[in-house]
Design a protein around this ligand. Structure first.
Ligand SMILES: [Mg+2]
Length: 465
């Protein structure tokens, strides 16, 4: 019997605000941060998890993580692993902690870190990367791992089970295919608002050379600037001369690019406003960006405004522009309503704003039922390491589709992880394949020692200056 004996948390902050990385219309001054947790047992078995913040407040999340993790101390790991859906319910069920949510805000993202750490431990205990643990589950085991509370009006356990059974036969074939090709990705790091036109042009060309064909730029600070930057990016991505040697343009009318406003080389542009507008403002502003032909506007307005998103989507439909959201959708009920209200074209789950793998599964099931593609939010720190696992689960075991999906990729801070994610020469994520890497989120001890706030060596040097 293996017992959870304790935990440690680390408030790790990277000084990304110094370079303008991660800047958008709402978040102008980000120090990408990890509220990091290590679950310990009375054996070598360990579980690593984290949630992402952008700086101040990361200590508050660490404090909440300790409250949640404390509920696991003394528990038998096999009993927890035996029914991860029930374990998730248990983590949610502390009446006093529930009051400071429920299922939203600091307590929820803290629970995400802990639930992810537990899933990481489970995968390590079976000597499989997390995605492989889950795709090898039977449909019954996968359904049992999710949370269905409050969403049975959108999907029942029986419906989810029937859906997963239908997909079970093709799992081995899809696994082999994605191992060979990699999982499609898109790049955001060329289009941060804080970058000059020259830097945007250079990074866009570099991204094409790396094999990417979906690109996202941040918008919403100034319409004239956005039109100029959008046309700059389009002039590069639509020009076949920049394609890597031997790479042919993709057919913009092909099934995998349907309704994506792809240009002549098959390149796709997406735009992201990070919640800056009211609903009517969003509609007017995005109409002003029609000439740069975006596939979708991401986070046009407040993340909780389901009917607002539906109104934006309806108004932009005649202009051929879709709506995406989810990185701030704080629980499965928000996604349920976005899907029920026909408010989104793309589901952008976040690996640690939702309360961990168990709640993510609930959203994957709903998205598959509603036929809406899942393109997870990533970037930040650690999010790319996490989400490749989730997209693999979605493709292999749940939705069965990947070619219309794209997974966000931002090339920052991967060097701090023991098993960092990677991209192949076709601009696609490689499949994480090390049996001991769990959920791929273990950080180097040296990175923690350097960037822990405020005691790490980096911050101590700064403080003394
Ligand atoms: Mg975004």
């Amino acid at each position: 019997m293996v017992k959870i004996t304790g935990y440690e948390t680390h408030d790790v902050r990277f000084p990304t605000s110094l370079t303008g990385d991660g800047t958008d219309a709402m978040n102008t001054d980000c120090d990408y941060s990890s509220a990091y947790v290590v679950l310990q047992t009375d054996t070598e078995l360990t579980g690593y998890g984290m949630t992402f913040t952008i700086g101040r407040g990361n200590d508050i999340v660490c404090s909440a993580i300790r409250e949640v993790a404390n509920r696991l101390v003394g528990k038998d790991t096999e009993e927890l692993f035996e029914d991860m859906g029930k374990t998730w319910d248990y983590l949610m069920a502390d009446p006093q902690l529930r009051w400071i949510g429920p299922e939203k805000g600091v307590i929820h993202i803290a629970t995400g870190a802990v639930n992810n750490a537990l899933w990481d431990m489970y995968a390590r205990s079976r000597n499989k990367p997390l995605w492989k643990l889950l795709v090898d589950f039977t449909p019954e085991e996968l359904v049992k791992s999710a949370s269905f509370r409050y969403i049975t009006d959108a999907i029942t356990k029986e419906e989810a089970l029937a859906m997963l059974k239908e997909k079970a036969a093709g799992k081995a074939e899809r696994e082999a295919k994605v191992r060979e090709l990699g999982y499609p990705a898109y790049v955001t790091s060329a289009g941060w608002l804080g970058y000059s036109d020259e830097k945007v042009a250079r990074l866009t060309k570099e991204a094409i050379a790396q094999g990417f064909n979906h690109f996202k730029m941040k918008v919403g600070a100034n319409l004239k600037d956005d039109v100029r930057r959008g046309n700059l990016i389009r002039s590069i991505i639509d020009d076949p001369q920049f394609l890597p040697p031997g790479v042919a343009p993709r057919d913009p009318n092909g099934e995998d690019l349907r309704n994506k406003n792809a240009g002549p080389t098959g390149a796709v542009l997406m735009i992201d406003a990070n919640q800056v507008w009211d609903v009517n403002q969003a509609i007017e502003y995005v109409k002003g960006l029609e000439e740069i032909k975006p596939w979708f506007i991401e986070e046009p307005t407040a993340p909780d405004d389901i009917l607002g998103h539906a109104a934006v989507r309806k108004a932009l439909k005649p202009h051929g522009i879709g709506v995406a959201t989810g990185e701030h959708a704080h629980n499965r009920m928000v996604f349920k309503q976005l899907l029920q209200a026909d408010a989104i074209d793309v589901v952008q789950i976040d690996s640690c704003r939702l309360a961990g793998v168990s709640e993510v599964l609930s959203v994957l099931f709903m998205a598959a039922k509603f036929g809406v593609p899942v393109c997870p939010h990533a970037g930040g720190v650690g999010l790319c390491e996490y989400v490749i696992h989730l997209s693999l689960i979605d493709y292999i075991a749940v939705s069965g589709t990947m070619e219309r999906n794209v997974l966000e990729f931002v090339d920052h801070l991967h060097e701090h992880f023991v098993t960092p994610c990677s991209i192949n020469e076709r601009g696609r994520y490689n499949v994480p394949d090390i049996p001991t890497e769990g959920y791929s989120i273990e950080m180097h001890k040296s990175s923690i020692a350097e960037y822990e706030w405020p005691s790490g060596s980096y911050w101590q040097t700064r403080i003394k200056q």
